[in-house]
Design a protein around this ligand. Structure first.
Ligand SMILES: NC(=O)C1=CN([C@@H]2O[C@H](COP(=O)(O)OP(=O)(O)OC[C@H]3O[C@@H](n4cnc5c(N)ncnc54)[C@H](OP(=O)(O)O)[C@@H]3O)[C@@H](O)[C@H]2O)C=CC1
Ligand SMILES: O=C(CO)COP(=O)(O)O
Length: 342
């Protein structure tokens, strides 16, 4: 067992045994840290305990010895030294409510969920702060990281953002391993902006590719999508530099260009002619961009900034627009300078 400062965070309880929660639990456990993994499904927990794998989400990837599946969430919450949440954004508030009831004051909480709180559109950090008060150090884990690749030990870099420097360093160190590099950041808001909006843009890139519009269109969508992220980040007060980091352009490139992305998969299916409902069923797993799109657009409208790609994604997802018409609408926008003046 390690004896460095990172041991302060263990046992870590990972809540959410989907693809990402399981992959992160495995990454921590590979560094010889004690990790408890909890998922809401009884049968899935039993299967994972017996097989030492999570075949539904990460087929064939065997758990390290120091990863245990726990059944009693309440007991685990009272005994763990750190909670890492990895449920979809629509279940984030529910996960927090379990923490409020059972987690002792002072225990740090991190999450790898990307997106916004449904209905309020709040960033998850604000929801966590509001729910947990100032009793717990908080951190956000983000960056270009497909769960399947992390589980297979392929080289990956992440960002850990926190206002609490000690927690950020401890968490980054505990994730850090031979194939996983974790950077720290102070820009909690910026890291969340990038991780949220890139999912909406990945749907747009998938739609364009599904329509067969080619590499030029994809590059244009990524670049103008980045302009939308920067505009939102500026108005919200995030640091522009963060948008050029792992949680910004890094994750944007990953999810817009690789078919492992579920957001991109949704777009591809729509572009190839499936209805939105059919495409959701086709992907069958968490697609955060679908949840975030409307909330991001509302934020942009309130702040009076233009996010035309996000707007067209919303029209396709929620108003039945034909994707071809949406691309046409983007192309027909009034001519303007590439760089907007300050
Ligand atoms: N997959 C990836 O590569 C990455 C994902 N992320 C982010 O991680 C988050 C989780 O995604 P991911 O692991 O991929 O999702 P998955 O679709 O793989 O799994 C979702 C998990 O959350 C559980 N869940 C769903 N609803 C609830 C609920 N109400 N209460 C408790 N648990 C619930 C599911 O349980 P059940 O199986 O019972 O439905 C399942 O275990 C998302 O925000 C995603 O954007 C970030 C980086 C990488
Ligand atoms: O956030 C991710 C990788 O960083 C995963 O993206 P998808 O949810 O689109 O699969």
């Amino acid at each position: 067992m390690r004896t460095d400062v990172t041991e302060a965070l263990f046992p870590t309880l990972v809540i959410g045994a989907g693809a990402w929660g399981t992959a992160l639990a495995m990454a921590l456990a590979r560094n010889d840290h004690k990790v408890w993994l909890w998922g809401r499904n009884d049968a899935q927990r039993q299967a994972m305990r017996e097989q030492r794998r999570n075949d539904e989400y990460l087929p064939g990837q065997v758990f390290p010895d120091s990863l245990d599946i726990v059944d009693d969430l309440q007991q685990a919450l009272t005994q763990c030294k750190h909670v890492m949440i990895s449920v979809p954004s629509h279940a984030f508030a529910e996960a927090l409510s379990m923490l409020v009831q059972h987690l002792p004051a002072g225990v740090p909480v991190s999450w790898a969920t990307k997106g916004l709180t449904p209905h309020t559109g709040a960033f998850l950090y604000d929801t966590a702060r509001e729910t947990l008060g100032d009793q717990h150090p908080l951190a956000v884990i983000s960056g270009p990281s497909f769960a399947a690749e992390v589980a297979r030990n392929l080289p990956t870099a992440l960002t850990v953002a926190s206002e609490n420097d000690d927690f950020a360093v401890q968490l980054a160190q505990s994730l850090h391993g031979p194939t996983l590099r974790a950077y720290t950041s102070h820009d909690v808001l910026g890291v969340q902006v990038g991780g949220t909006v890139k999912n909406v843009l990945a749907i747009a890139a998938g739609i364009s590719d599904g329509l067969g519009y080619g590499a030029n269109a994809r590059a244009a969508l990524l670049t103008r999508g980045m302009a939308e992220i920067l505009r939102l980040a500026a108005i919200l007060g995030a640091q522009p530099e963060t948008m050029f980091g792992l949680s910004g352009i890094g994750d944007l490139i990953l999810t817009c260009t690789d078919d492992q992305s579920r957001n991109r998969q949704l777009g591809l299916a729509i572009g190839r002619g499936l209805s939105v409902d059919e495409a959701v069923r086709h992907v069958g797993k968490t697609v955060e961009g679908m949840h975030a799109a409307r909330e991001v657009l509302l934020r942009a409208q309130k702040a009076n900034i233009e996010m035309p790609i996000v707007e067209q994604v919303c029209k396709i997802l929620f108003e039945g627009y034909d994707p071809r018409e949406s691309v046409q609408a983007l192309l027909c926008r009034e001519q303007k300078a590439e760089l907007s003046r300050p």
